[in-house]
Structures are given as C-alpha cells and as structure tokens.
Design a protein around this ligand. Sequence first.
Ligand SMILES: Nc1nc2c(c(=O)[nH]1)N(C=O)[C@@H](CNc1ccc(C(=O)N[C@@H](CCC(=O)O)C(=O)O)cc1)CN2
Ligand SMILES: Nc1nc2c(ncn2[C@@H]2O[C@H](COP(=O)(O)OP(=O)(O)OP(=O)(O)O)[C@@H](O)[C@H]2O)c(=O)[nH]1
Length: 450
Amino acid sequence: MNPHSHPADTIAAIASAPGAAGVGVLRVSGPLVPVIAQALLGRAPRPRHAHFAMFRDALGEAIDHGLLLHFPAPASYTGEHVLELQGHGSAVLLDALLRRVCELGARLARPGEFTERAFLNGKLDLAQAEAVADLIAARSQAGARAALRSMEGVFSQRVDTLLQALIALRVHIEAAIDFPEEEIDFLADPAIARQLESLRAELAGLLREAQRGLRLNDGLRVAIVGRPNAGKSSLLNALAGSERAIVTAIAGTTRDVLRESVALDGIALELADTAGLRDTDDEVEREGVRRAHGELQRADAALLVTDTEHAAADLALFGALPAGAERIVLINKIDLAHAAPREEVRDGIRWLWASVKTGAGLDALREHLKQLAGAGSGEGGFSARRRHVLALEAVRDHLDHGAHALAATRAGELAAEELRQAQHALGEITGSYTSDDLLGAIFGSFCIGK
Ligand SMILES: Nc1nc2c(c(=O)[nH]1)N(C=O)[C@@H](CNc1ccc(C(=O)N[C@@H](CCC(=O)O)C(=O)O)cc1)CN2
Ligand SMILES: Nc1nc2c(ncn2[C@@H]2O[C@H](COP(=O)(O)OP(=O)(O)OP(=O)(O)O)[C@@H](O)[C@H]2O)c(=O)[nH]1
C-alpha cells in the first residue's frame, strides 16, 4: 500500500465533453461501485464486459439505454473499482444518470480527481499524470505525440535512471564521509569524479530534451518585434495564414499585443505581435511598447522585423531577452530593392532576407521556426512542463556546486549535501517528493471527469 491515505469516497463525473454527441460517458470510481453497478444492472456485472442495459431512476423510470462496464479494483484506470456508463450524448440524460449515481452514494468528482487517484494508487507517476492532461490539451500533432510518450513513461524512465545513478554516487560519497581518516583518499578516487562527470553530462542531455519537450507542449513563444511599419503584423498574418492582425500603412497601428497560435506542419507556435518599438510621447503607444518589452522577457525566440538601414540599431532590442532565447532578424521588404532572399548565421543570430509581401524567403523562416519549436525530435521526443525544466535546472546547479566542492576543496560534506538536494529536485518531477500544494495545483487544473 502506498504511503498516501486511501480515498474512501466514491466519485462520479461526466467524462465526455458537454453538448450533444453520439455517445456520452459517465465515470464512477470507488468502493461503492459494485453496489451501484448491481443497482443499475439488476445483477452483478461481469468484470470488464460491456452490458447493454436500461438505466432507470429511483422510481423505475427509464433514463437511457446504454452500456455498463465494471473494471474491478485494482485493474482499472484509478486502481479502484471503476464503473463506466456509456449513454447517449445528451446533457439532460447524462445529468439524470449522474444524479442517479449520486443517489446511490457517489459524490461529484473534483477536476482531475480520477487521475489523482491513479497517481495515489501508483498507476501513474506525477510526470505521467501531467502528460494525461497535456495529451488532452495538445494543440498540435507533434505535441500530442510527445505527450503520449510522456504518459507512457518515456520521460519518467529517463528521470529514474538518472535518479538511480545519483543515489549510487551519494552512497559512495557518504561512505567516504563516514570514514574520516580515509575521506581524502576516497574523495580523491577518480572514479567518483568520473561518475559525477557522467551524471552531469546525462543531466545536460535530459535538460535539453526536456526544454524541447516544453516547447512541443506549450508551443514555441515567438515575440515579433521591430519598428512601426516594419511589417510585423503582415508577417503574423502570413504565418497564421489568415488576416488576424490589422495591417495598415500608418505607423503605430499595432498598439496592443496580438496573439496567435499557429501549427506549422503539426508543430505549435505561440506568436505575439507587439507594438512598434520606439520611444514615443503617446500615452497609449508607450503602454504598448512596455508590453512588447514584457513579451520579449518571456519569449523563447525573438523575431526582429527590420530593414537594412535600421538593422544594426534595432539589435539592441535583443537585450530584453532571457538568456538562451533564440534571436532571429528578418530583413523585410527585399522586393522593394529587387533583392533575392538569403540566410546567414552571425554571432548566434540568424539573419533572413525576405519579403512578407511576395512570400520570398518565408519558407526558410518557417523551417527555422519549426526546428526551434521541437521538430525533428524524432521518435524519442517527449513532452515536459516548465516545472520539470526548472527542476532539472536546479539539479544541474546542485551538481555543479557538488563538483566544485569536490574538486576544489575535497569538501565531502558539502558535495553530499548538494547531491542530496539534487536528488530531491529530481524526485519532484516524478512525484517521489511532493507537497499537497503541488498536487492540488497540478490536479486542480485538469478537466472534470479526468
Ligand atoms: N471508455 C474509455 N475510454 C478511454 C478511457 C476510459 O477510461 N474509458 N481512458 C481513460 O483515461 C483512456 C484509456 N486509458 C486507460 C488506462 C488504463 C485502463 C485500465 O483498465 N488499466 C488497468 C488494466 C490494464 C490492462 O488490462 O492491461 C490497470 O492498469 O490495471 C483503462 C483505460 C482513453 N480511453
Ligand atoms: N513592399 C513591401 N511592403 C510590405 C512588406 N511587408 C509589409 N509591407 C507593408 O508595410 C506596411 C506596414 O506593415 P504592417 O504589417 O502593418 O507593419 P507593422 O510592423 O505591424 O506596423 P505597426 O503596427 O505600426 O507596428 C503595410 O503597408 C504593409 O503592406 C514587404 O515585404 N514588402
């Protein structure tokens, strides 16, 4: 039995989307399921067998004709007794059915409560449970594929492998500390340094993949910035494939931030078209410029739209970006100069010459954005959340400090403490260490019935 308390309530919810649909599904989980199933079917259901039945209310009035399935504990989604009632997809019928199930002793489930129980009963770890929600919310093919892989445990297995290696190293170092007279020799053992080095290399690889997984999951956040009239709104429209933003020849048209989710060949982008960035006396425009700066500060990539004349001066905008963000300069309106599209990388910045108006050079931009957004992660790609990336960054920092403690001063106690904290941060990803607050925040953001 797991250390968490075992929920005794029987919970129920409509698991299918609201509104008219071919079929609607009601889900029930908990100890009262056998009783409820017996009441609805008139006899005990066969395990994992679809029974065709007439569901009736307390007075014997027909509610709906549907299918009833009983998944006896522990072989169910939640690990508890689960009952599924599949009726016609009508809000009225499903509500009546839900009322009936509650009369028979169930209560309404909170958002995510089924999956929370699956987690508490050890059916899924925390990263897998989060991937269930991400799979449901996926907005792109690549995002859905990645979430499915995380739900299947691909990410968790990588974390667990690292966790085992980390624990082995801790054991090694703590043993050395326990024998003070030999500590220096122990810690000088090149095998320890080697183990720590390979751990750091593994971690760096996993962090990179998790960052890609985060982009696949959330969509690459691209801030489109540049002077008024550079062609930012036109570019957003070209990428979105629709006339989403207001395009005019009057400088300063875009005053607010326009957002657009775009899927390029199944890869998600979150585009933000910002106000033209320039110092201005206009109150409204100043607010727009402030927002554009805010947009840059949380972007994964900045796309600076400019022309040859202003390019050098405009590069200063990249200063607002967080470390590690991608920087792209789009020299627009090459049609006016009758120039050909081209592409080059200089000082970590990708330069693209294009015309939003004619479309020349835009395919190169699309291809580059797709790569940044996680395309080509191949079969091994998994989804991740910001929480996971932050945890892996904390692990990286603790390992760095630990390595430093060992190499510089042979400070075994310090190194051991850093490794202990690294283990803790890593364990938070799969939920070996969690707080009720964290669980509440995670499962509370699920939809009802999941
Ligand atoms: N009708 C229906 N469709 C659904 C679900 C559901 O609950 N009901 N799912 C809900 O999310 C997903 C499928 N996920 C599921 C995951 C585990 C088990 C389950 O019964 N697991 C048992 C037995 C495993 C086995 O037979 O191999 C177990 O883990 O012990 C069922 C559904 C998607 N489709
Ligand atoms: N010739 C030419 N004109 C373009 C090109 N791209 C955009 N334009 C024109 O440039 C003008 C400004 O375009 P917008 O997309 O509104 O520019 P913006 O950067 O969003 O401007 P603000 O909203 O003021 O910040 C419009 O008249 C566009 O039609 C291009 O590649 N070539």
